[in-house]
Design a protein around this ligand. Sequence first.
Ligand code: F3S
Length: 390
Amino acid sequence: MYLTREEERIYNGELGWANQVCIKILVRLGELFNATKLVPISSAHVSGVSYKTLGDAPIEFLETLVNDKAKVNVEATLNPQSFDKKYIRKKLPQNLRKKQSCGVECFEKMGFTPSLTCTPYYLKKQKKNAHLAWAESSAVVYANSVIEAWTNREGGPSALAAAIIGKTPNYGMHIAENRQPKVLVKLETELKSETEFGALGIFLGKVLEDKIPVIQGLQNASKDNLKQLGAAMASTGMVNMFYYKTNTVKDRIETLNVEAKDIQQTIENLSDALKQEPDLIFIGCPHCSLAEIKQIAGLIQNGKVKKETECWICTSKHIKQRARKYVEKIEQTGAHVITDTCAVVTWTDKLGIKTIMTNSAKTAHYAPTMNNAETMLAPLKECLKTAFRG
Ligand code: F3S
């Protein structure tokens, strides 16, 4: 792999141990995937920030980087942690709170913005064709497909290293020829809700392997629905992008028909709860956009959330701030608009939550293993109706 003189100096340790470790991570990764050089990035986004998924060893590594005065070289953001300051934090044991805060403080000392959201694209607009090093899989698919920026699906350590160096190896999605579609998906049903978009993503993730699809019939899909599709697709598969603006493909490529029964079957498979009443209704995976918060405020009218049910609407601090008047209306009902975390990356089982109802196919896919919870997958309107019934 070609390194500039400056990169060689970093590699040889002339700019300190932390920089040397980070560039070595990037070069090793580049060599594994036949990259020819490092390319500058305009943003890095690190996942694996929640102590629930992180564990102790990575925190020790972060502390060592901080002690060696590691600093980010580009705009760098963080995925959700395991609690918010206002509501969930108080319910968790002190040792978990302490460990989590220690991890995030390390990131902050290195210059990361404590955005604590999986939707960094709402914080700052990324440019088309910009090279990024993002690690949150839902954000990766959104960046490549909707923003048309270029990013691989980074792991936590490689996104961290890219943030410190300000560069990433040029392989995979950073190469134009690797972004060509390989499968034409013919959608033979109209998707009626965000849940059905998510179910399509779960279905495609399983069958596409790593082949990029062109999906027919989505030209008018909202960005929020595309967000659900991409997040779900990345949960079950390795595809990092899809095309949706065109019905035509230049070359003859394989075709995949998706029928209504595929979508319905997927939704049924993701709804395994035996109970009729969920302990938690969770909206906001990925974190809600301003439009979604507004929609929720419009749907809930002036009802009250049932006493025995938790209702969480998760978003970023940035969106919550912008959506103040809608947030106020939502919180008057007893629902919680929660930032910095989500149901999947916090310990819902420690809060006594055994059944989660959600409109997110990604959450329904992960909750049985990540939360030890049974799931009910249904569109937003139905979720809210359940929260407010009676
Ligand atoms: Fe975000 Fe949590 Fe879903 S991090 S994508 S809301 S699992």
